[in-house]
Design a protein. Structure first.
Length: 358
């Protein structure tokens, strides 16, 4: 099973960010950033470096939480705990322990973080994770502090919107929802519903619950499959008023493209340069997105290419590639949020639910 990583953000109040930072430095803990938080009555946010699913990460979390407790950090109902699960597994040959040790030492190296991970999850997998979370939202509410139910900063997901979505951008509800995909471009899926805490066990067990949510969907509910992918071409992949930008816009007009002559007149480019720009556009948006309508197809003869050959950029196009699909229902792992959790983790959460219900 390929392993994912997680970033942990702890919000606290009662102690300034400067005091927390100094205490962490005195403890010899590397990798943490302590920053102000814009939420009312939240004094600091402690951002841990990305951590692997391993004992090294668990011990590091315990050390950070011990410092926060020792310095007098407190939690109120405004504080939250945000966990970023990597949207891609660790790359082949990168172990969770090695990744964690390196991340603690070089936490600020974003490029290194991305290079240590493989290909991002397919949108269909993310959709299934979100559907499973939304499907048992009432259960998840019982696992967490009541202040995190229908909270402004972690609103519930919308089942209809998820069902209609097929891409990451369509799945993204926005920042202030239980699952936030605004962070996708930085390589993560953010889970925002857990309440603030400096209890390492609570944080770790929520982290494990979320990791299992990803693992179960990816490994038991989906299988690899070739599929047809519909892609939208970008509106302005070049500088809008550059010559190639003007040519691209003309070609993507939705009316079957534009002739070589029209492009030459609009840009002042030679016929040779127009053809070169078409090649540049193919490289940028994909061969399948660019169509050449030859003069013969347009009823002309050889020698009429300048006026009859047309170039078109499709607004959307289909490609066939590797992907995933849900397994047959008889072979598919069940959608329960508890499926795949260890007995110890399941029992811990049942005890937690009972405690919160008292």
């Amino acid at each position: 099973m390929t392993s994912h990583t997680g970033g942990i953000e702890i919000e606290t109040y009662g102690v300034s960010e400067t005091r927390i930072r100094n205490a962490i430095d005195r403890a010899g803990i590397r990798g943490c950033k302590v920053v102000p938080d814009g939420t009312p009555n939240v004094d600091a946010e402690i951002v841990l470096p990305p951590l692997g699913d391993c004992d090294v990460a668990k011990q590091y979390l315990r050390e950070v939480c011990q410092v926060l407790e020792n310095v007098g950090c407190q939690i109120n109902t405004q504080c939250g705990l945000h966990i970023h699960i990597s949207n891609a597994p660790l790359a082949d040959g990168v172990t969770p322990a090695a990744f964690t040790s390196n991340s603690i030492t070089h936490a600020a190296r974003t490029g290194e973080y991305l290079s240590n991970h493989g290909e991002p999850l397919d949108a269909a997998i993310v959709k299934d994770i979100m559907q499973r979370y939304e499907r048992q939202q009432d259960t998840i509410n019982t696992m967490l502090a009541p202040s995190r139910t229908n909270n402004t900063y972690c609103k519930p997901l919308n089942a209809f919107e998820i069902e209609q979505a097929n891409t990451i951008s369509e799945l993204n509800h926005g920042k202030f929802f239980a699952i936030n995909l605004d962070t996708w471009r930085r390589g993560t899926i953010e889970f925002r519903q857990h309440g603030g805490t400096i209890d390492a066990d609570k944080i770790w067990n929520w982290f494990q619950f979320l990791l299992n949510l990803v693992y179960w969907t990816k490994n038991t509910r989906f299988e690899n499959a070739a599929r047809t992918i519909v892609q939208d071409t970008p509106v302005t992949p070049f500088r809008r008023n550059s010559r190639v930008g003007v040519q691209y816009t003309m070609m993507r007009n939705g009316n079957g493209g534009v002739t070589t002559r029209d492009i030459m007149d609009a840009t002042g480019c030679s016929e040779q340069r127009v053809r070169a720009a078409v090649s540049e556009i193919r490289t940028r948006v994909g061969d399948g997105a660019v169509i050449t309508h030859t003069q013969q197809a347009n009823g002309g003869s050889y020698g009429d290419g300048t006026d009859l050959t047309r170039y078109e950029v499709l607004t959307s196009f289909e490609t066939t590639g590797g992907g995933v699909q849900l397994r047959d229902e008889s072979e598919r792992g069940i959608p329960s949020i508890w499926a795949g959790t260890s007995d110890d983790l399941f029992e811990w959460w049942q005890d937690r639910i009972e405690q919160l219900a008292r």
